[in-house]
Design a protein around this ligand. Structure first.
Ligand code: ISE
Length: 342
């Protein structure tokens, strides 16, 4: 079966998903796209002969010529489109966050539970990054014993001026929240946020931030998130265990020796850094759609848990204290694949 996929929202990530689906993922053809900016949508699917540009995203979701939908539109619209996809009985891959607020995540969770089928996958692509997968294997295989600490660094070269400080948590650190849950096989219990001195490049945004997250089992996860580090895109992670540590090494395959030094190049942003992760994630998703199976991507529950941690982080930014991550009991529908792909 060739899956007929559509993309809602053809900004930076949506256009990238359409390109990957059409050119690098097998078993799929892009048959539809929508964006509030019709011209941008046309450009994103130019050269994709089967792609129809829709003027109404809900019509796209219910169109019989579309089997599965990627949601890459503005965060606030995710809920509406995810709920429509559940109502249409179609698998959907929703970019992070599942919804920016807990209430939205709750409605999606409730709709999926009522439908009795897992249709929603969430685009936490690090789960498909080869380096992160090796970390996961090392931890699951017992190579470093019981995890005690996790150190994370998440730096963007630059971000548009005037970003709300909370976006460092909701838009960036949310990846570490998901990675920590997935790698440690544990829920997050509390989040504390420290504001160090801010970079001159970031004003008025408070940037960087330093987060300390405690997992339910007592693992401490520290996260430096820095939106305007000025030099390149970088994600680092080290897990310290009782018997050793495991460290995500530089992804560049080559090092240059010259001018009395050794250098490796860094990506400008997350797309080249996680190119293979995005490709593998989409391939896995399409294969699951073709097989009529539940995908091993992050689930609605995972999306909910990440937003709950982000919400605790935003509260901690204001209060200066450790804030609890509030999670309801996990519905049975999400029982079997607790923390998704291994
Ligand atoms: C961006 O929205 C992403 O999702 C990237 O993966 C992340 O690294 C970046 O900080 C976010 O702004």
């Amino acid at each position: 079966m060739t899956v007929r996929a559509a993309v809602i929202g053809t900004g930076i990530m949506g256009a990238e998903h359409a390109r990957l689906l059409e050119r690098q993922v097998s078993g799929v053809v892009v048959t539809g796209a929508f964006d509030v900016d019709t011209e941008r949508c046309r450009q994103a699917v130019a050269g994709m002969p089967s792609a129809r540009v829709f003027s109404d995203p809900i019509e796209l979701i219910f169109d019989p010529g579309i089997d599965a939908v990627v949601i890459a539109s503005a965060d606030l619209t995710h809920e509406r489109f995810a709920l429509a996809a559940i109502a249409a009985g179609k698998p959907v891959l929703c970019e992070k966050p599942l919804a920016p607020d807990i209430a939205g995540c709750e409605r999606i969770l409730a709709a999926e539970v009522a439908a009795g089928r897992r249709l929603v996958s969430v685009g936490f692509m690090r789960r498909f990054d080869p380096g992160h997968r090796q970390l996961k294997q090392a931890l699951a295989g017992g190579d470093i014993g019981t995890a005690l600490l996790m150190h994370c660094v998440h730096r963007n070269r630059s971000a548009p001026a005037g970003q709300p400080t909370a976006s460092l948590i909701t838009g960036s650190a949310v990846h570490e929240f998901d990675a920590a849950r997935w790698l440690l096989d544990d829920e997050l219990a509390t989040v504390t946020v420290h504001r160090p001195r801010s970079s001159r490049r970031s004003s008025p945004t408070a940037d960087p931030l330093f987060l300390v997250v405690e997992s339910s089992a007592g693992v401490l996860v520290d996260i430096e998130v820095f939106l305007n580090c000025g030099y390149g895109y970088e994600v680092r992670c080290e897990v310290v265990g009782e018997d050793g540590t495991v460290f995500l090494d530089a992804p560049a395959a080559t090092a240059v020796r010259g001018a009395a030094g050794i250098s490796r190049s860094l990506a400008e942003d997350w797309r080249p850094r996680f190119a293979e992760a995005y490709r593998c994630e989409l391939q896995e998703w399409i294969d699951s759609v073709a097989a009529g199976a539940v995908s091993c991507l992050a689930s609605t529950w995972d999306g909910y848990a990440a937003t709950a941690a982000a919400q605790a982080g935003v509260a901690a930014l204001d209060s200066g204290r450790a804030e609890p991550v509030r999670l309801p009991p996990r519905p049975e529908l999400y029982g079997a694949e607790l923390y998704g792909a291994e």
